[in-house]
Design a protein. Sequence first.
Length: 202
Amino acid sequence: MPDNYNPDQLRQATINRLLLDTLGRRERPDLLLHKQGGVWRPISTQSFLARVAALAATLQRLGIQKGDRVAVFSENQPEWSMADMAILGLGALNVPIYPAESVERLTYILQHSEARVCFLSGAEQWEKVKAIWSSLPHLETVVPSMPAGEAPAGRRIVSWAEAAPARKTRNEMKMTVDFMEWFLYVMFFNDFRFNINIITRC
């Protein structure tokens, strides 16, 4: 337990604020690990936050506002955490959907929630959404996190590479800073204390 622990502050904090406070104190080169081609690859704190900011900017560009619903139809993977943080940071509501959900229940969930955007993880999830999209009047855009060459394309589809580009150079990272400062400011409800410098270090 940290020395400055205050239970009253904890009760008033948002999930995003707690997470960002933690990340600000404990920057790591391997915040998350994910397996690609049988090899575990790290995602640093900087890369994670930069992608969250990029996702939030993409959702804003798609017209997502506070109170809107955004579905995440995916198994547990780094993209799930990034999407969740971006959604909550904008004041929207995450509609999590079990990755092996049946078409019938998927239809009900997306219709009842009136989700405007749906993040999805793979071909199985895409085929299910594609099959019922015509019956989902509120679903405007799909964002698949599938590998390049496997992801579907279309006017109402935003690729993961476009929605959350990986920023690797200092100049590319600095392009995110202005938005990230605003994004964290909003999530902290006018109590901005996060060290934005970790976003710009490469």
